[in-house]
Design a protein around this ligand. Structure first.
Ligand code: SF4
Length: 465
């Protein structure tokens, strides 16, 4: 037993020595992707130990530890990440280690709710997984590119392991640079990938975390991480910073520790696991997530054309029918209302001010709705109906007409047998050009709308809803 322990200790020290060698071999800063899961915890902990073992004058280059916050993370996981990042940063400063921790988030126009409720994207599926790029990869890449522009080149240090899957192993091998510990980043020029635990087996990971180094150098306890895994029935969800790795991972939702609202997986094991282990306050989240998954293909809630107005068909012969477009405005209103009601219901004992959707996302959604024809400006009212209070809404975002003008216009459209939605679209385009002296592009935009398949859908051969 003692012999085994000593052997594994020296194995990890050999890894730390390798990390030292790579760290000291050049000036390129490191960016570590930390997901809060076991593999990236091992990497951060090994790097932390390595830096501690260096002399002060050797700790020259910066190590950035970044975590992604999609803004729809499973609540207990994101709390644990926040706590760990804070502890690492505090201890790093105390020990004079060149460590900086950061959280990377999607921009407001690319959050889950802005796209789903604001634009009507149907909830993600394996075949239409619009979320990972926008919410995880792009924000992390922005951070990396910022460092590339500052330092010329950077090295991404990732907790990927060959054992995870054959395709993962293949991808790692393909990108390896001959005679180097580094791999080429699949899409970012001047970024390289270093996977220090690529050859680790699962046992090596848990051995290191629970036997060798159960207490982290920044003061937290790896048994808490282990408990989180057990309670959430979780697998691993890496912070995905490379599109190729994303593909080999299948989905960050396939493994757990993903977003609480993820509909890429059949069942949200993390939420179910947490609820089963006593965190019953998360039940409304699970109910909402299941409801969202259940309405995805409801034809009544979806437009009959794509966002650009084109129509398409699915199925063959008698089964041939019109494909589905984004959620209708009514569906988006319904989803928002239900989300706010869920938010009101959730009582997070660890974070009393916990919100499911942020105010800047609500403002973004309101703007998108008005642009897409919500002239009644329904969002402030929906918020009021749920919370009984008015937020400080931007007056400039108001719709172009008041309610009596809208009714008049609707009547005129009816009398003249003109589609009211079409007129709305045209007026919205016109509105976007108000104030410009040269209105180049206006006519083209009008034409685009007038030529859309959906405007002529009744005349499309074989049209069937
Ligand atoms: S966990 Fe699910 S919803 Fe979140 S980014 Fe991954 S696939 Fe998308």
């Amino acid at each position: 037993m003692l012999k085994d322990l000593l052997q594994s200790k020296s194995k990890y020290q050999t890894k730390i020595d390798e990390l030292k060698e790579v760290y000291l071999s050049d000036d390129r800063p490191w960016v570590i992707g930390y997901s809060g899961g076991k593999d990236s915890t091992v990497v951060v902990q090994l790097v932390f130990e390595m830096l501690q073992q260096l002399e002060l004058e050797q700790r020259k280059k910066q190590v950035y530890i970044i975590s992604s916050d999609t803004m729809v993370e499973t609540p207990l996981i994101i709390s644990s990440i926040n706590h760990t990042l804070y502890s690492i940063q505090t201890k790093g400063i105390e020990l004079k280690l060149p460590i900086e921790t950061h959280k990377v988030k999607p921009e407001v126009q690319n959050t889950f709710w802005s796209l789903l409720i604001g634009k009507g994207y149907p909830s993600p599926r394996q075949k239409f997984r619009w979320c990972t790029d926008r919410m995880k990869i792009d924000p992390a890449n922005r951070f990396i590119l910022d460092k590339v522009s500052k330092f010329g080149e950077v090295i991404m240090v990732l907790g990927v392991r060959e054992e995870e899957s054959a395709t993962r192993a293949q991808s790692i091998k393909q990108h390896t640079i001959e005679g180097s510990k580094l791999m080429k980043h699949s899409s970012l020029k001047n970024a390289f990938v270093y996977a220090p635990i690529r050859e680790f087996a699962l046992d090596d990971v848990w051995n290191y975390l629970l036997v060798n180094q159960a207490k982290t150098p920044w003061g937290t306890d790896n048994y808490e991480l282990y408990a989180l895994y057990q309670n959430s029935s979780a697998g691993e969800c890496p912070l995905i910073v490379d599109k190729e790795i994303k593909e080999t991972a299948g989905s960050c939702g396939n493994s757990r520790f993903g977003c609480w609202v993820c509909t890429v997986v059949k069942e949200d094991k993390a939420l179910v696991g947490f609820i089963d282990s006593g965190e019953s306050w998360m039940t409304p989240l699970l109910e909402f997530r299941n409801w969202l998954a259940s309405i995805r293909d409801d034809r009544n809630l979806r437009e009959k054309s794509r966002m650009n107005g084109s129509i398409y068909y699915v199925g063959e012969g008698d089964d041939r029918r019109l494909g589905l477009g984004p959620y209708t405005l009514e569906a988006r209103q319904l989803i928002l209302k239900k989300l706010l009601e869920t938010e009101k219901q959730v009582e997070n004992p660890y974070e009393p001010d916990y919100k499911l959707i942020q105010i800047d996302e609500l403002k973004q959604i309101r703007k998108l709705w008005i642009e897409s024809g919500d002239w009644e400006d329904s969002l402030p009212q929906i918020y009021f109906d749920v919370y009984g209070e008015m937020l400080d809404w931007d007056q400039e975002e108001r719709a172009p007409f008041d309610s009596s003008q809208i009714t008049d216009l609707e009547l005129i459209c009816q009398e003249n047998d003109v589609d009211f939605q079409l007129i709305k679209k045209l007026i919205n385009i016109e509105k976007n050009y108000v104030g410009y002296k040269i209105r180049r592009g206006l006519i083209e935009e009008f034409q685009k709308v007038l030529n859309q398949d959906i405007v002529h859908h009744g005349k499309v051969e074989g049209y069937k809803e």
